[in-house]
Design a protein around this ligand. Structure first.
Ligand SMILES: [Zn+2]
Length: 440
């Protein structure tokens, strides 16, 4: 049986860089030809696509940020007809509307390959039966895993929209060997199984748990291993970047950035690469996406570059070191991640301020219920608001959050003057979740 999904995983560092250089040149030429947004940005930087030298010229490419994505999308769309698009996903945007991500048929093949390669490295094989305990939501996580599992040929048990009890029964009935889900939810499933008098050690065949979408501290990983009697490996990514790194079974707590599909930079404040063991911002350039390309995308996540240049597993990819709180040491901005979705205090404030019947003071409490992240918004009503008006506002506000941030908020309207007065938006978010309050 082959040890690696793709021969590109075992490239020496120099072969890998040559491979990345060629792909990057092709991408820059494609963008200069087909994407007016990048054409204009390249022109401003006086960058000629035809003489672009690949990695040696990477530093000349402009950075992009979450706020640019909508503009990139709008200018890219006309260059790709609908018949070439295979998928749309979306995430919460910074400007009030969700940011949408198209993938062409070609993009999606590469995407599936990227997911398959991470799953294969973690030990998922064709002989396995997998259950992905994700909602079939608009975010990319579940869909990319499903395509990756299809590529490997793993049997998949469909499990969306089911209760946790029903999922536990599926695990037993189909002798599921690989479980995919968020760290908190897989922990919750273990508790549900216990409540159903299921002995996971003896009755359940799950041998591997693949987690994603939430910070996964080392302590929680150990708890999960103990509960399930299974290996536990984590993978990180986002709807913007797609999957980017997986935890190496040969070197737990080290996450290999999948540099055969992307270029990863870890840069200090002066935009210089950090040394092994140092912290810097993670910047991603996707090498295979044409419908929604990312060039030097600033993730806003400060990560720690793992010490050592190559790994026991044979890969020479740039790697991240997990800490007690997960892979992301801290965030540059004040975004918080809730159930895989990044929410911004600015966005919450904007929605609250749109309601003329509400006071301007509010509090957002992030908490844990049944091993899942919950968000409660406390906001003040203006004096003399009738109970009927309050009910209407509460419903309206809940709906608006769901539509704009793609996340369910519990809304509590409290009496005017009862909330603390704080000027700083970030201080209005109180994180009481059971996971340490550092987010990736
Ligand atoms: Zn490794």
């Amino acid at each position: 049986m082959k040890k690696f999904w793709s021969f590109t995983e075992t490239f020496s560092r120099s072969a890998l860089e040559e491979f990345q250089s060629q792909r990057l040149c092709a991408l820059v030429r494609f963008l200069a030809r087909r994407n007016s947004y990048y054409r204009e940005r390249f022109r401003k930087e006086e960058l000629e696509a035809t003489s672009f030298r690949g990695l040696a010229d990477l530093h000349r490419l402009p950075f992009s940020e979450k706020k640019h994505l909508q503009e990139i999308l709008e200018t890219t769309r006309p260059s790709l007809p609908n018949r070439d698009l295979l998928r749309w996903h979306q995430t919460s945007g910074t400007s009030g509307t969700p940011t949408r991500f198209p993938d062409s048929r070609r993009d999606w093949v590469a995407y599936s390959d990227l997911a398959a390669s991470a799953l294969y490295a973690m030990g998922v094989r064709r002989e396995d039966t997998a259950l992905a305990a994700f909602s079939y939501g608009p975010h990319i996580a579940f869909w990319s895993y499903l395509s990756g599992l299809d590529r490997i040929g793993t049997t998949v048990v469909a499990a969306g929209g089911l209760t946790s009890e029903a999922r536990v029964r599926l695990l037993l009935d189909y002798k599921v060997s690989v479980l995919l889900g968020t760290p908190n939810y897989t922990m919750h499933l273990a508790a549900v199984a216990r409540a159903m008098d299921v002995d996971l050690e003896t009755e359940c065949q799950v041998r591997l748990i693949v987690t994603s979408a939430e910070p996964h501290p080392t302590e929680l990983k150990q708890k999960l291993r103990d509960c399930w009697g299974a290996a536990v490996y984590d993978r990180i990514g986002s709807t913007e970047t797609g999957g980017i790194a997986f935890e190496c079974p040969a070197n737990p707590n080290v996450y290999h950035l999948q540099e055969n599909y992307l270029i990863a930079e870890i840069l200090d404040q002066n935009h210089r690469p950090v040394a092994p063991g140092e912290d810097g911002e993670l910047i991603i350039t996707t090498l295979f996406r044409q419908a929604m390309p990312l060039i030097r995308f600033r993730t806003g996540s400060i990560v720690r570059r793992a010490p050592g240049e190559s790994c026991l597993c044979g890969r020479s990819f740039l790697s991240l070191q997990a800490t007690q709180t997960g892979v992301v040491v801290r965030r540059i901005d004040d975004l918080r991640k809730v159930r895989g979705i990044l929410i911004s205090p600015t966005e919450i404030e904007r929605i609250v301020q749109e309601e003329s019947q509400l006071g301007e003071h509010y509090q957002v409490i992030l908490h844990t219920r049944d091993h899942s992240d919950e968000v409660t918004l406390r906001v003040e009503s203006l004096p003399n608001t009738s109970p009927a008006q309050l009910q209407k506002m509460k419903r309206g506000l809940g709906k608006k959050f769901q539509e704009r941030l793609l996340l369910r908020f519990n809304v509590e309207i409290v009496e005017y003057g009862s909330l603390p007065r704080r000027a700083d938006k970030a201080q209005k978010i109180i994180d009481q979740r059971e996971i340490p309050p550092i987010h990736q």
